[in-house]
Design a binder for this molecule. Structure first.
Ligand code: SAH
Length: 288
């Protein structure tokens, strides 16, 4: 940037790339991220300002809806953890109906629409109905939640894979069909979504399958919001600690050695404590 380039937020806004037109009669299926409005993409922000109708999920916070254009009609389409999803057909029907009425329809979902978010089902329904649509990813709760807690989701010294798991099958039960032995031995970092209800069950499965009961665990509730609540524990104690801390949904659970990096990167720790931990961790790394 040279010295003649204007600076400041207004000047920056004038340098935004041109956004695609939000066509009347189309649906934008957009991820809103896990809560902090600062994590919206520019496309999501643009769509909020342009939409005639916003059909949003329970996980989309007020801070994000506050960015909607003045004339937008907001429709709550929320289903909350574990409840039967009988309304899914109604939601897709509403999207199609609004689009056919010539509206600019924003379907806003928490996190990323395609990570345990049924975005695929909704997009398929739009495709089948020949309604034009655009798919806009969002930052998923695991990625943002770990970052806000000070945990890199991968670290090449620690894990060369990361596995996202849903703690809820379609019928509301735990994910019985997974190969727990393979997960325990071959998946160095596991992230559980919708996991609070069946956490004891899943921890027990992993331990029975050979995962060390002392494996580091972090529980992150309401990640990236003002009510964010983080509990560090270990696998054998995770379910009991979640209960003792009265941890509320939505929450993610991360299991694996990357959790140990938090000591050096926790935004709420003092710079001195972080430096001490960072130096100790790099000394460990040098020995390998
Ligand atoms: N599509 C969403 C996930 C929907 S499933 C995404 O990509 O993030 C709902 C689950 O997401 C919750 O049960 C919880 O496990 C997780 N989740 C969503 N928002 C969260 C938040 N702010 N903090 C912690 N977990 C969250």
């Amino acid at each position: 940037m040279n010295e003649n380039t204007p600076s400041g937020p207004i000047a920056a806004a004038s340098r935004l790339p041109e956004m695609p037109a939000f066509e009347p009669g189309s649906v934008w299926l957009v991820g809103a991220g896990p809560g902090d409005p600062g994590l919206l993409s520019l496309l999501a922000f643009h769509a909020l300002g342009q939409a005639d109708d916003i059909v949003y999920d329970a996980l989309v916070g007020d801070g994000i809806l506050a960015l909607a254009g003045a004339g937008a009609v907001c429709h709550a389409a929320g289903k909350r953890g574990g409840k039967p999803s009988a309304k899914q057909a109604d939601i897709t029907e509403k999207l199609i109906e609004l689009a056919r009425a010539g509206r600019k329809v924003l379907r806003l979902k928490g996190g990323d629409p395609f990570i345990f978010g049924r975005g695929g089902e909704e997009a398929l329904a739009l495709a089948a109905a020949e309604v034009p649509f655009r798919l806009v990813p969002g930052i998923t709760a695991a990625v943002a939640g770990l970052a806000y807690a000070g945990i890199p989701i991968t670290d090449r010294r620690v894990n060369s894979a990361v596995t996202f798991i849903t703690g809820h099958e379609a019928g509301g039960g735990p994910p019985e069909g997974l190969d727990w032995r393979a997960l325990a031995s071959g998946a160095p970092v596991l992230i559980l979504y919708m996991a609070l209800k069946h956490l004891a069950w899943m921890a027990e499965r992993l331990i029975s399958a050979g995962l060390d009961p002392d494996t580091a665990v972090v529980l992150i509730s309401k990640a990236t919001t003002a009510d964010q609540h983080i509990v560090e524990t270990h696998l054998a104690a995770a379910a009991a600690d979640a209960e003792a801390a009265k941890l509320e949904a939505p929450a993610i659970v991360a299991i694996g050695d990357v959790v140990g990096l938090r000591a050096a990167l926790d935004p709420s720790a003092t710079p001195e404590a972080r430096a001490r931990a960072a130096l100790a961790l790099s000394a460990d790394g040098d020995r390998d």
